[in-house]
Design a protein around this ligand. Structure first.
Ligand code: SOE
Length: 363
């Protein structure tokens, strides 16, 4: 695993838990965790359960005793690490967004395709049981013809102007701001639930234009978006909106969406992760109802607890690595793959172009 901060902790937990709760074809061995600072990565190895710590990801991905590389770094290093890993014949799981540009993402897909390794982007929210149930209901036709996707992903962690200019606020590291960091999740969910996106319009806004560097008084420019507003047209005729911001005070990780169809609607909010709001026409008693998605018959839930014993954010990473291991064993490409990663990247790119041109742009 390359990287050991927030995503590194979530992925390490998933690699440790997956074979304890799921039938898995392999028993993951947490071999080497890589980081930049020797002391920090040594501490991460001990805390997160890795056998070794290294400050050289290049040496690590080339090791013959490594089978899988898990990329948990900021977006500016995804391409170099994933390409090197693929060329060393390693299967690659990469955090979202796949890369910081379409060109980088295409380089990554070319490398994994050329070497035949299994590849996956960690859009963990597809593997929330309620979201997987939403997908099942849509596929069964329970919503009928789809008209709308409405994605609203709200956070509030940088409302304070004194919050430092961390890597997520630096274009050279993160590629973009709320757009690539959280709207990328909404874009992936829109494509997963409704279908491919043909055309977008968009607006990017940066409210606080400069911030203090971490641990310093020195100010530095913020060259990424604080908020993104976008309009979507889907290939199948549905239309949509995606709004993502880090300035919605009081919303902590409010990853929500609503889908409206000819026979029904469904709505989800990650802050109420075990619930799915469902509306299907049932005569005069029709109304939105709250489905608690914790039955054994619901996606992934039979691995955990009896109905009503809810699960959390970290379980979605365990579900993701489980499906990744199954794909490796069966020699097939899981979804979302790097192909999905590129399709998501092209939507991110189209929204940036639309914000520049102030007109609709084709994906
Ligand atoms: C910060 O916005 C963040 O950690 C994102 O980077 C993750 O992708 C999201 O799942 C939670 O919020």
């Amino acid at each position: 695993m390359i990287g050991h901060r927030f995503m590194g902790r979530a992925h390490s937990n998933a690699w440790r838990q997956v074979a304890r709760f799921f039938e898995t074809p392999f028993e993951p061995v947490l071999k080497v965790v890589c980081g930049r600072d020797p002391q920090e990565v040594e501490r991460a190895a001990n805390e997160l359960g890795w056998e070794e710590a290294s400050v050289s990801w290049r040496e690590t991905v080339a090791r013959p005793d490594i089978d899988v590389v898990d990329v948990c770094t900021p977006g500016d290093t995804h391409a170099d690490i994933a390409v090197a890993a693929a060329l060393s014949g390693k299967h690659v799981l990469c955090e979202k967004p796949l890369a910081n540009t379409v060109a980088e993402a295409q380089r990554m897909l070319a490398a994994v395709t050329a070497t035949g390794v299994t590849h996956m982007v960690c859009h963990n929210y597809r593997r929330v049981p309620a979201v997987a149930l939403a997908k099942r209901l849509i596929e069964e036709g329970r919503l009928g013809r789809l008209y709308h996707f409405r994605g609203v992903y709200l956070q509030d962690w940088i409302v304070d102007p004194e919050f430092p200019r961390v890597w997520r606020l630096e274009k050279s590291k993160a590629g973009s701001g709320a757009l690539g960091d959280i709207a990328s999740h909404s874009i992936d969910l829109a494509r997963y639930l409704v279908g491919e996106i043909e055309e977008v319009a968009g607006h990017l806004e940066t409210f606080i234009k400069e911030r203090p560097l971490p641990g310093s008084e020195e100010m530095a420019p913020v060259d990424v978006d604080d908020a993104v507003l976008s309009l979507l047209k889907f290939e199948g005729g549905a239309v949509g909106t995606i709004e993502a911001t880090r300035f919605a005070l009081g919303r902590k990780n409010y990853n929500s969406f609503e889908v409206n169809g000819s026979r029904g609607s469904l709505a989800f909010n990650l802050e109420r992760m075990n619930e799915l709001e469902l509306y299907v026409e049932e005569g005069p008693e029709s109304g939105f109802r709250t489905v608690q998605v914790t039955d054994a018959s619901h996606p992934y839930m039979k691995a955990w607890w009896p109905p009503g014993h809810i699960i959390g954010y970290e379980h979605t990473f365990t579900h993701t690595v489980h499906d990744f291991l199954l794909a490796i064993d069966e020699g097939r490409i899981p979804s979302p793959s790097f192909e999905d990663g590129i399709r998501n990247q092209k939507v991110l790119d189209a929204v940036e172009r639309a914000a520049q041109s102030r007109s609709w742009e084709k994906v």
